[in-house]
Design a protein around this ligand. Structure first.
Ligand code: PLP
Length: 412
């Protein structure tokens, strides 16, 4: 098909040209004395992105699924009990992995479309007077339903129960888009991957571990070889890896981190919030509902749009792809056919999203969903025209700092 494919699945995301170019490199000796010049700064810069002041970050040639496994097998032992709410396909798959690794999982079944239930987590932990539960596992941004859980609220629930369980967070579709505040949340293991907010191809599984998690890894008995934190730590301390690293992706990671820091992390998070708000205005204008039922849990990286009864969401996706070269995300598992997903994360702006929204409108009309052509596009346009991507209060604050610097004030 002529023209660019409109990639609006919630990962993999568009790769910026600068990141793409940075990965076109000749292979080099990953044991040379020069190699650490590339890798050394990647670790502290990733820690900044994770909002992690203390701990260690691991970069595996893998994906988010590998990062899940690394977080579990390095810190837990066979038969350990863990607590995990299930509210979408990714929390479901992570729970399945926990069980297959030999953990006992207390699953908190939660309606798909809701976030982690803080009150039920607190109650389950309070009931665990013997502290058998070793970990609480929460998917920060459930990509399957467009739901962002309140991890600070989950931490408050754990603290209210005075429970020592480690907090595991899946930030695969939030890192680099929705703020992750690992130290503030006292999260112990936060996992991610390269193909979403980091705007890279799939191929890196990233895990950030707190000092408590590193301590747990000294005693954890689950088997691990490839994902062993110990082997990684030994090699990483000098800027090397225990096996051949994914060199091109590491160059890409350098470029993507540079781009995120140059834009400013707060601005990146604000841009995602602003773009997501415009997409939700479009959904309202179409007279449709999102899968996320509670406004406080609405995701800034993916919107799952429920299709009317009698319509198959897969049909919308197929028409969008075949007729308009637009890729949308499918409904997964129990949501199959009931929704389609618009990914709005990574290297995106208003006009790119308007193209996607126009394509969604055409595909919906083609499968007989009664939407007025242009209604969603117009609603998103008016939202974006009347809102600033960077909230005024932040601009005002940075101007104050600038003014006080320029007058030499010591009270800045
Ligand atoms: N967790 C979440 C929230 C995801 O969205 C995904 C993938 O989309 C995964 C985990 C699995 O990651 P991967 O496909 O990189 O293995």
């Amino acid at each position: 098909m002529a023209g660019r494919n409109f990639l609006f699945v919630p990962g993999p995301t568009n790769i910026p040209d600068r990141v793409m170019r940075s990965m076109v490199v000749a292979m080099e000796d990953h044991r040379s004395s020069r190699f650490p010049e590339l890798t050394r700064n990647l670790f502290p810069d990733l820690m900044k992105l994770y909002g992690c002041d203390e701990g260690e970050v691991f970069i595996f040639p893998s994906t988010g699924t590998g990062a899940w496994e690394a977080s579990l097998c390095n810190t837990l032992s066979p038969g350990d009990k863990v607590l995990a709410p299930r509210f979408g396909q990714f929390s479901h798959l992570w729970i399945d992995m926990m069980k297959r690794l030999g953990l006992e999982v207390e699953v908190l079944e939660t309606p798909w479309g809701e976030g982690a239930p803080e009150d039920r987590i607190a109650a389950a932990l309070k009931a665990d007077t013997g502290h058998r539960i070793k970990g609480v596992m929460v998917v920060h941004n459930e990509t399957a339903t467009g739901v962002t859980s309140d991890i600070a609220g989950v931490r408050a629930a754990i603290d209210s129960a005075k429970h020592p369980a480690l907090l595991y967070v899946d930030a695969v579709s939030s890192l680099g888009c929705i703020e992750v505040r690992m130290s503030e949340w006292k999260a112990d293991l936060v996992v991610s991957g390269s193909q979403k907010g980091l705007m890279l191809p799939a191929g890196l599984g990233i895990v950030c571990a707190s000092p408590r998690a590193l301590e747990a890894s000294a005693h954890a008995q689950l088997k691990r070889v490839f994902f062993d934190f110990g082997d990684m730590r030994k090699a990483n301390k000098d800027g090397y890896f225990p096996y051949t690293p994914a060199l091109s992706l590491l160059h890409g990671l350098r470029a993507s981190l540079d781009m995120l820091f140059e834009e400013g992390l707060d601005n990146v998070y604000d841009r995602h919030a602003y773009l997501a708000a415009g997409v939700r205005k479009a959904v309202d204008a179409w007279g449709l509902e999102t899968c996320c039922r509670v406004p406080r849990w609405q995701s800034n990286t993916v919107t799952a749009v429920m299709v009317p009864p009698g319509i198959n969401g897969a049909h919308v996706i197929d028409v969008a792809f075949r007729r308009y070269n637009l890729a949308l995300g499918a409904g997964l598992n129990i949501m199959a056919g009931k929704l389609f997903r618009i990914g709005h994360l990574g290297d995106l702006n208003e006009l790119m999203l308007l193209g996607a929204l126009a394509g969604v409108e055409m595909a919906m009309a083609d499968v007989s969903i009664p939407v007025a052509p242009g209604s969603g596009v117009a609603a998103a346009q008016s939202y974006w025209r009347s809102h600033d991507p960077i909230p005024k209060r932040r601009v005002a604050r940075s101007e104050v700092v600038y003014a006080s610097h320029s007058t030499g004030s010591i009270n800045a």
